[in-house]
Design a protein around this ligand. Structure first.
Ligand SMILES: Cc1ncc(COP(=O)(O)O)c(C=O)c1O
Length: 385
């Protein structure tokens, strides 16, 4: 069953997003509530091993959200105060917060004007003797140019953390994103392609990184709950470094696992919806629709169009027109250089010409797994008329 609007606003005809929780999801949550072990348990392990299989990675570590996934990735790689990490200017604030939480400095790079992904040229321009890592985002579900970025990282001796919050199911030349860098970080927030309500996952092929993250997510304890209760004395563990409580509990793991089983169908339905928008919105003067290269696979997380000067009204006017007609849209994102925190704690060398232009052009249309043709037609008609 679809919830009409997240804020119960009766005037909304087409919501911006609608989480898809099935009856089976509900049953699984109810069943999990009967267990004794409600966190750090076997369902989490099951979710993690299914995630490894899906992404073809050696290790997957469930955490409380993608922000903690990014934070622990950077910590496990030794990123600390004085270091610089290059990120795209066009991303959600969490990409930069995770860096600032380590004491390091986010350095803002410009993005491409077609797929909104981090610009390889801008990365190159921003490398200094302090640069320790590149943290690209696979934006809106389209892979960034990860092969070139991996090459730059290797030749400059830099670490690579991939922000895959939008990108479950995204592949670059048939390889799942998140497996190119030292780690890949996923989000299961309610707007994402699968949701555990709150939740995240780190993938890595490094045993050392996996071990460090497993310990840090659970207060820095050197032993898991299962280990402690299955042999020796449950209280006999050590802590070498201060840790966090970034655990993913059994109920969220059960929901995430059940949704992961449906990811192929979910992403196919999202693709069908994006293709439908594209078929209806092509060849409109002043409006640029997304393109999907055949060499990669998108997760179709967001459907973003660009409104240029040749369109009959500007982006903000279109936003208002759609809202007045009961259609919720949004902008992904207000670029990071606009935020007070990044003006003081970030580093901005690049002119960021593209993100400055894009910020006034982009608008994200309603997109969710079970959006209907009728709902999409309401959006399309309002844009066209
Ligand atoms: C690009 C990006 N990175 C990181 C995050 C943080 O994810 P979470 O809310 O799971 O911490 C988000 C969340 O929306 C995101 O869009």
């Amino acid at each position: 069953m679809k919830s009409k609007d997240a804020f119960n606003n009766k005037s909304i005809k087409v919501p911006f997003f609608s989480p898809y929780i099935t009856n089976d999801d509900r049953k699984i949550i109810q069943n999990t509530l009967k267990n004794t072990l409600l966190t750090d348990g076997p369902i989490l392990e099951n979710f993690e091993s299914s995630f490894c299989k899906f992404t073809n990675s050696k290790y997957a570590i469930g955490v409380s959200n993608a922000t903690s996934a990014l934070h622990l990735s950077l910590k496990s790689l030794g990123i600390t105060a004085g270091d610089e990490v290059i990120i795209p200017d066009m991303t959600f604030i969490a990409t930069s917060s995770a860096i600032m939480l380590t004491g390091a400095t986010p350095v803002l790079a410009d993005v491409n004007d077609d797929d909104f992904n981090i610009s390889v040229n801008s990365i190159k321009k921003n490398i200094t003797s302090k640069t320790k890592a590149i943290l690209p985002v696979h934006f809106a579900g389209q892979p960034c140019d990860i092969k070139k970025i991996t090459k730059i990282a290797k030749s400059n001796d830099l670490l690579l953390v991939e922000d895959c919050a939008h990108a479950l199911g995204t592949k670059f030349e048939n390889k799942h994103v998140g497996t190119f860098g030292n780690t890949g970080c996923f989000s299961f927030y309610p707007t994402k392609n699968i949701t555990s309500i709150e939740g995240g996952m780190v993938i890595t092929n490094s045993k050392k990184i996996a071990k460090s993250i497993i310990s840090s997510r659970n207060h820095g304890l050197t032993k898991s709950l299962k280990n402690r209760f299955s042999k020796g004395k449950p209280w006999d563990y050590d802590v070498i470094e201060p840790g966090y409580n970034y655990r993913l509990d059994e109920i969220r793991s059960a929901l995430g696992l059940n949704q992961l089983k449906r990811i192929k169908k979910i992403n196919l339905q999202r693709k069908i919806a994006c293709d439908y928008y594209n078929s209806k919105l092509k060849n409109i003067s002043g409006m640029i629709i997304p393109t999907y290269p055949t060499s990669s696979t998108s997760s179709y997380h967001l459907y973003i169009i660009k409104i240029t000067n040749d369109f009959k009204i500007n982006r903000d006017e279109l936003f208002k027109k759609l809202l007045d007609a009961g259609i919720q849209t949004s902008v992904h994102y207000k670029p990071l250089h606009e935020f007070t925190i990044l003006k003081t704690k970030g580093k901005i060398n690049d002119k960021l010409e593209t993100t400055k232009i894009l910020y006034n052009q982009i608008i994200s249309l309603p997109l969710y797994q079970n959006i209907t043709r009728k709902e999409q037609d309401i959006v399309v008609d309002c844009i066209k008329n």
